[in-house]
Ligand binder design. Structure first.
Ligand code: PRP
Ligand code: ZN
Length: 283
């Protein structure tokens, strides 16, 4: 049995459960409690506040965890970051009231800054040679300037909506963050074996997430050129069509390169291009 800590509610909860589900580890989120047992894998789920996850994994109360890199950095916990998971992307930024006349980092000299991330902020200020007073507030940091508690804030920015609705502007991006899978440093052999098999599944899911399966009909004399556009895992599959002089070409393409490649393939004479969802990619 291996125990994973995930966020009980908030930005990472749903996508953490979804990743586990895609990896064949079903956690019934309706029956969610403090500690739950998964189906499909010998795994227990500990639901926690994101802020508590790094320490709980570091002290062995949970073996692994899914949490924002921002929390790992803030807690400076002794854990290993095993994978970046590609969701929950955000940044830790300094923000000030929009009419503050901000011209550069010197603006913060002698000011008060409200944050839930004092360690990351203090390290940044020290590196910049700025001395400011850091006020730690656990939640609703964005209202601190309007409430007269601080001159600026240092907080998570994702869509930027929270800043806008509080009349603040982002002025310095300090750290990029996303969900990461972390592990404790002294797992038993049994737990390490379970972790390896869970990672194998998670990698297959991650590999599939930014890729599509693509197939098309293409004049046989253009197949070589098409293969140069679509390298695939080992090499694309090419099959003759019943219609003479035509082949069917199957491959895998990164989603962000899809439209560019489709245009080039069409220019080569490709027809009937189908783009399909990939569920898992096992390499
Ligand atoms: C963060 C942060 C802001 C908001 C920013 O809180 O404190 O309130 O998200 O997101 P936006 O740029 O998309 O508006 P979160 O909900 O993550 O809660 P937490 O600080 O307790 O983890
Ligand atoms: Zn939190």
């Amino acid at each position: 049995m291996i125990r994973i800590a995930i966020q009980s509610k908030g930005r990472l909860n749903e996508q953490s459960l979804e990743l586990l589900k895609d990896a064949g580890v079903i956690v019934d989120s309706l029956k969610r409690q403090f500690l739950g047992r998964a189906e499909g894998f010998p795994l227990e789920v500990l639901y926690l506040r994101d802020d508590d996850i790094p320490e709980v994994v570091a002290d062995g109360s949970a073996d692994i965890g899914i949490v924002g890199l921002n929390e790992v950095a803030e807690k400076n916990a002794d854990v290993e970051v095993l994978r970046q998971l590609g969701f929950g992307r955000c940044r830790l930024s300094l923000a000030v009231p929009k009419n503050a006349g901000y011209e550069g980092i010197q603006w913060f000299e002698g000011k008060h800054i409200a944050t839930s991330y004092p360690n990351v902020l203090n390290a940044f200020l020290a590196k910049q040679g700025i001395s400011a007073t850091v006020r730690t507030i656990m939640g609703s940091v964005e209202i601190a300037p309007a409430a007269g508690i601080a001159d600026g804030i240092f907080d998570i920015v994702s869509s930027g909506g929270t800043l806008i609705s509080n009349g603040l502007v982002e002025v310095e991006r300090v750290m990029e963050s996303e969900a990461v899978l972390i592990a404790g440093r002294s797992l038993s052999d049994e737990k390490q074996a379970l972790l390896r098999s869970l990672l194998f599944r998670i990698d297959a899911v991650s590999e599939s997430r930014d890729k599509k399966y693509i197939l098309m009909n293409i004049p046989t004399d253009k197949v070589d050129e098409a293969i140069r556009i679509l390298p695939a895992m080992r090499s694309p599959t090419v099959m003759p069509l019943a219609a003479k002089g035509w082949s069917s070409l199957h491959s895998v393409v990164k989603e962000k390169e899809l439209w560019d490649k489709v245009e080039r393939l069409k220019a080569l004479g490709a027809e009937g291009i189908l783009v399909l969802h990939l569920d898992k990619v096992i390499e």
